[in-house]
Design a protein around this ligand. Sequence first.
Ligand code: PYC
Length: 404
Amino acid sequence: MKEIFFPKRMWRSRGELKRRYDVVIVGGGSHGLATAYYLAKEHGAKSVCILEKSYIGSGASGRNTTIVRSNYRTPEGAAFYGESVRLYERLSKELDFNLMFSQRGHLTLAHSDRALVVMQERAEVNKLLGIKSSVVGPREIAALCPELDLSDRPTWPVLGALFHPPGGIIRHDAVVWAFARAADRRGVDIHPYTEVTGFQQSNGRVTVVETNRGRIECGQVVSATAGWSTLVGDLAGVRLPITTHILQAFVTEPLKPFLDVVIVSSQLHVYVSQTDRGEFLIGAEIEPYTTYKGTGTLSFLETSARHSLELFPQLERTKLLRTWTGLCDLSPDYSPILGKTEVDNFHVSTGWGTYGFKAAPIVGVTLAELVATGKTPELIAPFALERFHTDTLVSELAAAAVSH
Ligand code: PYC
C-alpha cells in the first residue's frame, strides 16, 4: 500500500476553549504571538491562549513590507526600536527558525536641504543611543547602490541620505510561524477562527471574554489587534485615539539580484527593496482616508510605479506580480500606544501605523513583563495611553519610511 505522508504540524491543531485562562491574548499576529511566547519563556506562564478571528498571521504580520530598522527621530522611539532590532538579530537562533534577517543597510534619501537637516537630527539622536546612523553624500550612496539614478534627470535629484547599516529586511511569515511554534511548544493554546464578541466586566476588570465559540473566564487580557484595535477596545469600553488606514505594496517578477540595500524616499513616497527571491518590493505611504476595506487601488500602483522609476529607470519593463493591502492603526503622534488602560486588566498594543512589524520582539518582551509583574517597563512608559491626557506626546511624524 502506498504510504501517505502527513507533514508535521508547526503547532498543535486547535483544541476546545478551556473554561479559564490566566491570560487571554486577542490577535494572532506577531505582537500577540511574541507576547505569549515571552510570557511562557521568561515568566513561566502556564495558562495563556491566543484568540485570532481568522488564521494566524492573517493581518499585517504574515504579509507586510518586511523592513526592520531603528533610525527613529525621538530618543524614546529610537531606544525602543533599537532594542527590537537587537532582539531580531538573535531571534533565528533563539527560535531555531531561519527568519532570513538580512541587515543589508537602509538608505533614506534626501531630495532637499530641509530633508538633510531632519536626517542630521535623526542621525544625532541615533548616535547618542548607540544606533549606527549617519548622513552620507552622493559619492557614498553611489558606492552602496550603484544602480540608483543619482543624475540630475529625476524631478527630485538625490542630495544625500540617512544611512542606517543595521536596517534591512526579514521574512515576515517566518517571524509569525516561528513565534507561533515556539509559543505552542511552551504550552500556549492557539485558537484560530475564534472571534471575540464581547467582554463582561466587574469592578473595573474584565472577567469573561465572550467569543463565537463560547466564553472564557480570564485573569488578564491583551488586545494586539492592529487595525481592529478600536473595535476591540470599544467592546471593553476603552476608547482609543486610533484611525485605521490601508497601506499598499506590490512585488514585481523576480529579477537577477542587483539591489543590495533598502532604498526609501519620503519625498517620492516610495520604498524599494529586492527580496531574496529577486522580486522588487515597492510600497508607498498609507492612504489618507480611513477604511477597514482591504482593497488595493489603481492610483497607488500608478503613482508608486512612476515614483520608483524616478529612482530606478531600468525597472521600466518589469512586470508586476502581485499586490498587498494591509490595515494600519494610526495614533495622533505616530507612536504606539502600549500597556495599561483604564480597565484594570485590559492591556493594549496599538497605534503602530506602519511600524508594528519591526517592534514585534520588543513588544512581546515588554508586554509580557507588564502582564506578569503588573509594572510598566521603563522602555514603554513613554507610550502609555495616558499621554494623550497629559500632553506628553512622542512625535515620530518625520521618521516614517515614507510620510504617514
Ligand atoms: O517605517 O520602515 C518603515 C516602513 C516601511 C514600510 C512602511 N513603513
